[in-house]
Design a protein around this ligand. Structure first.
Ligand SMILES: Nc1ncnc2c1ncn2[C@@H]1O[C@H](COP(=O)(O)OP(=O)(O)OP(=O)(O)O)[C@@H](O)[C@H]1O
Ligand SMILES: [Mg+2]
Length: 147
């Protein structure tokens, strides 16, 4: 069997401390393997937008406050990572978080997807968050869930 040698590691971040932790774990793995780290944040468009246009709105149609919040999530997460010597790229996506993360993984040929067990959701659950749960079922690449 061929050795697993990740070239691209993707991490989903939603502004929660747990997702920062997931990003730190992802950064450590990427560093250890010399992989590129792709930090992705997904914003869900307000209910109803999809119905009208039939697909997620383009980035420039997003309320600027939403785009700004997304940028802030990325900046503040990146600030908490040890990125020295690491090839890091970040991207902002629009849509359903689990679906968008899977699509990014497929399109960049990710070797690993890292997410937190829970995220920024308000409900303190004892079970997996819904995004982590969905991905556990249908992620297109190996998935690491960080508690
Ligand atoms: N919008 C998002 N963009 C990128 N990654 C996300 C997003 N939402 C969640 N994630 C990733 O999934 C992990 C688990 O979050 P999840 O949303 O499943 O839990 P939750 O917010 O506690 O619960 P829920 O959203 O179901 O109320 C996060 O730590 C993060 O890594
Ligand atoms: Mg959530």
């Amino acid at each position: 069997m061929e050795k697993w040698d990740p070239k691209v590691v993707v991490v989903g971040v939603d502004g929660s401390e747990r997702s920062v932790r997931a990003a730190q774990v992802a950064a450590g793995i990427a560093k250890g393997h010399g992989s590129q780290l792709q930090v992705v944040t997904v914003v869900r468009p307000p209910e109803g937008w999809w119905g009208v246009v039939g697909s997620p709105p383009p980035a420039d149609a997003l309320a600027s406050s939403m785009a700004e919040a997304q940028r802030t999530v990325l900046d503040e997460t990146l600030a908490q990572l040890d990125t020295e010597g690491l090839d890091v790229v970040s991207s902002e996506e629009i849509g359903d978080p689990a679906t968008a993360l899977s699509e990014v993984c497929t399109s960049v040929g990710a070797d690993l997807l890292v997410v937190g067990r829970r995220g920024a959701g308000m409900v303190e659950r004892i079970i997996l968050g819904s995004v982590a749960d969905r991905l556990a079922h249908d992620a297109p690449c190996p998935l690491l869930i960080v508690p």
